[in-house]
Design a protein around this ligand. Structure first.
Ligand code: F0G
Length: 362
């Protein structure tokens, strides 16, 4: 009995929250047909689900509306997370909404400006750790265990419960028809695990009859999952020094690695790496050709789509949905670095016409 517009709380019956949730109306994000990019790679049915259209600008809000609701239900007095940026922005937002103190640990110098701005403005205690995300996650786990603080990283099962609604919304949008493939960027590997879980629940309920090929994309310098898929290894080898322009997915030791490998393998999907250059190209293509503004990590899914199509892995008649996970405005610095500067002119009409190469009609 699922009626009404797409949103996380449309699926309340399948979420582990009993009371009134802490909500800012998350989910119900648009799915856009990528006509031009699709045409360039000979794929009619290429779509992007824009998770940047959530309240804090990323898919993390789906997890936090459930996770923070649960924290209150359990009587927790404070919440914390480690983050490459978006999780902390989202937790700060939902903590503010709930009126509960928030602590976030960020890897120093490696978090995009918009995300730090959000965490600060929404009133989180922001701690900059001299180390990478994997260090920050290890530290916050210890901090939470020893001090009775509620941890809201994707090790927390309620986070994944919220994020599984991406899977629900995708099949719901297509009239409960299952797309052939879902492509998403993979960092800590929570989201791919969550979406796969959601789709499996739909299958068990008899709402859908098959699972899309779960396809994970990682940045070349930060790709433990993709490497394990390629080599057929049972588990990942930790990447000690992950590096990529897509700081959101700059993670060497994903906590949900084993579950993610299982999701990819059982669904008949795959994982692939893309270079920073491919990521930035895809970000620009989405922006210029489709009008879709996303942050670099999000563009990894579309860079992966293009690469896998060119490799012949994605077939002509596949319906593919790329999850683009965060908004363009999250990381303005990378954009400014990679676009031409604004053209400076004197404050006169003539000067503007001159730089635009416009000739007067009269
Ligand atoms: N895309 C964006 C924009 C992200 O912020 C993240 C993760 C991912 C993709 C990868 O998702 O970790 O579930 O595989 N960001 C986390 C954070 C790590 O702290 O904001 P994942």
């Amino acid at each position: 009995d699922l009626k009404g517009p797409l949103s996380v709380w449309k699926y309340k019956a399948l979420l582990p929250v009993s009371g009134e949730p802490v909500t800012l109306k998350e989910g119900g994000t648009p799915i856009y047909h990528m006509k031009k990019i699709g045409a360039e790679i000979g794929l009619k049915e290429a779509y992007a689900k824009h998770e940047g259209m959530n309240p804090s600008g990323s898919f993390k809000d789906r997890g936090m509306t459930v996770g923070v609701s649960k924290a209150l239900e359990l009587g927790m007095k404070s919440v914390a997370c480690a983050s490459t940026g978006n999780t902390s922005a989202s937790l700060a937002v939902y903590g503010a909404r709930a009126g509960i103190p928030v602590i976030v640990l960020l890897p120093q110098g490696k978090v995009a400006l918009g995300k730090v701005a959000q965490a600060l403005m929404h009133g989180a205690r922001v701690i900059s750790v001299k180390g990478n995300f994997d260090d920050a996650l290890r530290l916050v786990r210890e901090l939470c265990i020893e001090n009775g603080i509620y941890l809201l990283n994707s090790i927390n099962p309620y986070r994944l419960e919220g994020q599984k609604t991406i899977g629900f919304e995708i099949v719901d949008y297509f009239g409960w028809e299952v797309p052939d493939r879902i492509i998403l960027p993979v960092g800590n590997a929570g989201n791919i695990t969550a979406i796969y879980k959601g789709l499996n629940e739909m299958k068990k309920l008899g709402i859908i009859d098959r699972i899309p090929k779960m396809t994970g994309i990682q940045a070349e310098g930060s790709a433990p999952i993709a490497k394990a898929i390629k080599s057929g290894a049972a588990n990942i080898s930790v990447e000690e020094h992950p590096e990529t322009v897509a700081t959101a997915i700059r993670i060497g030791d994903p906590v949900n690695a084993v579950k993610a490998l299982n999701a990819i393998r059982k669904s008949g999907g795959t994982a692939e790496t893309v270079t920073d250059e491919e990521i930035l190209n895809a970000q620009k293509m989405l922006a210029v050709k489709e009008g879709i503004g996303v942050e670099p990590a999000s563009a990894a899914s579309v860079a992966g789509l293009i690469k896998l199509r060119n490799m012949g892995v994605i077939e002509d008649d596949e319906r593919v949905v790329c999850v683009v996970t965060g908004h363009l405005l999250k990381d303005p610095e990378t954009v400014i670095k990679n676009c031409d500067k604004p053209i400076e002119v004197e404050a006169s009409e003539e000067a503007i016409e001159k730089v635009l190469g416009i000739k007067k009609m009269k």
